[in-house]
Design a protein around this ligand. Sequence first.
Ligand SMILES: Nc1nc2c(c(=O)[nH]1)N[C@H]1C(S)=C(S)[C@@H](COP(=O)(O)O)O[C@H]1N2
Ligand SMILES: [Mo]
Length: 443
Amino acid sequence: MNPKSKPQQTEPQQGERSVDLFELYAEDPIRADEVVFGRVSESDRRGFLRGAGLATMGALLGASIPFHRNMPAGLIPEALAAKKISIQGKDGLTVYNDRPVNAETPVHLLNDDVTPTARHFIRNNGVLPADMDAGKWKLTIDGLVDKPMTLSIADLKKNFQVVTEKLVIECGGNGRGFFDPPAKGNQWTLGAVGCSEWTGVRLADVLRAAGVKKNAIYTAHVGADTHLSGKPGKLPISRGVPIEKAMNPHNLIAFGMNGGPLHTMNGAPLRLVVPGWPGSCSQKWVTRVYLRDKVHDGPKMTGTAYRVPRYPVAPGQKVPTKDFEIIHAMPVKSIITSPATRGTHQGRELAVRGHAWAGDNAVAKVDLSIDFGATWISTDLTSPVNRYAWQHFSKKIKFPQEGYYEIWARATDDQGRSQPFEIDWNPKGYLNNSMHRISVRVA
Ligand SMILES: Nc1nc2c(c(=O)[nH]1)N[C@H]1C(S)=C(S)[C@@H](COP(=O)(O)O)O[C@H]1N2
Ligand SMILES: [Mo]
């Protein structure tokens, strides 16, 4: 054990780290309206807040606004100016940035078997599309296919089997905040992960219908969000996967999330869900998937993005870019979602619960330790409800006496790979699957 390694604890009392409303509005008032009040339609951008945005503003103010027609877009209602912002339709997330929006879920708020839409993290690289109208949405499948196709969401529903699955999406950089020396990027702790229930059609079925040509080896994904620079045609992110992964029947082109529509921040109205691999493979606001005869080289596919050195490196070691390789499956990992860390518990027995997942594999077991890893206690682990769903572990722990304890969780996948105690350091802070530790004071 390395005493210098940063403990993986979140602070439940910290809750939402809010961005000051004035800061947010100073930078881009129209975008701020979008963040605070939800979707602002194209016509609203030219003038006034209407429709859903206006309704949200009214709800926050606790009254309707009789003179709303005179109210310019991008104006902070005076009554709200002192309040902290939260993202509409999201509950309790820690907001790191507003442009692009990045927010994670405190780990104790991930306790549900299925992650509610309000608790699904947000990782945006660019600016939301101006228009997210499901009725007008089109998805093009082209490149190395026999029959290029452009489909509406209605076409997808009509021509392909609609399936519903619980699928884990985890950002490749989840856990980056614990790297020492630190790695640049969002300082995610544990909550850039979620397992929502997604409804859509299988990516494989659609690709098959288009006819995958023999020389197609990689997919390329395009979304409708725009680059932070505002340069037309410049994509914020465009990643892809090898064709073998693309044809996995659990990848979805999803139009439903937890029985409702997708949240605007999670890619409404249409996104890919490519579970088991870095979240960046799951293109949001997806408008095009094309097949290529070479490894895709879109933004965030090249250089050191979503790549790790192909050999183990020492913390802080410089690694030449040519020695980086693309991340494929995510590693085995678990989180303790109950109890929240740093609490006081009355009594000697405590029910511990959490989730575990393992990239393309299943989790075989989750063990807990209350004695700093000297001995391990096996937990009850559920089977995944479907492949790529996270599994739940639970165990009633007995403490021998009062005092300060840490509870450590260690998952092992069905290939015998376990979570390490220490972070397997890499320059960009990816794939941190070191054990989750919480603390509890037993009184
Ligand atoms: N179009 C588009 N798709 C995207 C992104 C993005 O910025 N734009 N971010 C990716 C990254 S890095 C992650 S981790 C997941 C996050 O999905 P979520 O925001 O729904 O949680 O979306 C991926 N898909
Ligand atoms: Mo990500």
